[in-house]
Design a protein around this ligand. Structure first.
Ligand SMILES: C[S@@+](CC[C@H](N)C(=O)[O-])C[C@H]1O[C@@H](n2cnc3c(N)ncnc32)[C@H](O)[C@@H]1O
Length: 246
């Protein structure tokens, strides 16, 4: 698969994301092995995205975007199960990217590229608002619930509600609506009931999307196992894009 990088005026104009961050700034420490993976495997799978560059996703077969791929379990698993599909993963967490690189190399994946950048920034400033993805996966997004009310929500250091930091929100739906092919699907999985409810409210109230049966299969991830171990229910939701730009 080939990702073509083009410098455009649009990217130069946009520059940085306009929406609240959906992740913690803290990047985590990399082990020596992870540092080696970042050094040795990044050239094979990684795509550096400069502030003024736009990516185009060229190649045969469908193209799937995995937003916040964590340690790459779902990304590597889906890529192995669907060798004729191209996968683009986007993640900000450095140790997670390193773990994913090792997983991809171990599987000798040939249909995956990785960007280490805020997914919102990627969509806003580095991908033209033209249909290029066939599916978008958001598996186990950080729930960003009311601070202190959920031990699994990322610590925010503040008080009050953090729902505005959720990746599934009207702004992201606008970005995805323009970049997903009509008939393409958005797949979301969560172990937080409140987040599932939030997703239903946000996506179903948007006339461009319609609920469809969820994925029959996706790889299990660490976050999913953790939720299950805590007695949580996993909710899988899928929505088809009926029409694109607002
Ligand atoms: C709870 S983890 C789930 C990881 C993975 N999808 C899984 O199921 O194992 C959520 C991940 O989303 C990433 N994330 C959150 N917001 C992001 C953003 N705007 N761009 C890229 N990654 C993001 C976080 O760094 C974190 O690794």
């Amino acid at each position: 698969m080939r990702l073509v990088v083009i410098a455009t005026a649009a990217a130069i104009r946009l520059g940085r994301p306009t929406a609240p961050r959906t992740f913690l700034r803290r990047q985590g420490q990399c082990t020596r092995r992870q540092k080696a993976a970042l050094r040795d495997l990044w050239p094979r799978y990684g795509v550096d995205v400069a502030w003024n560059e736009t990516l185009t996703f060229e190649g045969a077969g469908p193209c799937v975007l995995d937003v916040g791929f964590g340690h790459g379990e779902s990304l590597a698993g889906m890529a192995a199960a669907r060798p004729d599909t191209r996968f683009v993963g986007v993640e900000v967490h450095r140790p997670g990217v390193a773990a994913a690189l090792m997983r991809l190399a171990e599987a000798d994946a040939k249909n995956v590229k990785i960007c280490r950048i805020d997914a919102v920034a990627l969509l806003e400033a580095h991908v033209e608002p033209e249909p290029c993805f066939d599916e978008v996966c958001v598996f186990f997004p950080d729930p960003w619930t009311k601070s202190g009310s959920n031990k699994d929500a990322p610590a925010t250091g503040g008080s009050g509600k953090d729902e505005h930091r959720r990746i599934i929100r009207p702004h992201t739906l606008d970005l995805l609506s323009a970049r997903l092919r009509p008939g393409g699907c958005l797949h979301i999985a969560t172990d937080v009931d409140e987040y599932a409810e939030h997703v239903r409210n946000v996506v179903v109230s948007d006339a461009r999307w319609s609920a469809v049966p969820p994925l029959a299969w996706r790889p299990e991830t660490m976050y999913e196992r953790r939720g299950l171990n805590r007695g949580r229910t996993i909710t899988d939701l899928s929505f088809v894009l009926l029409r694109g730009k607002p």
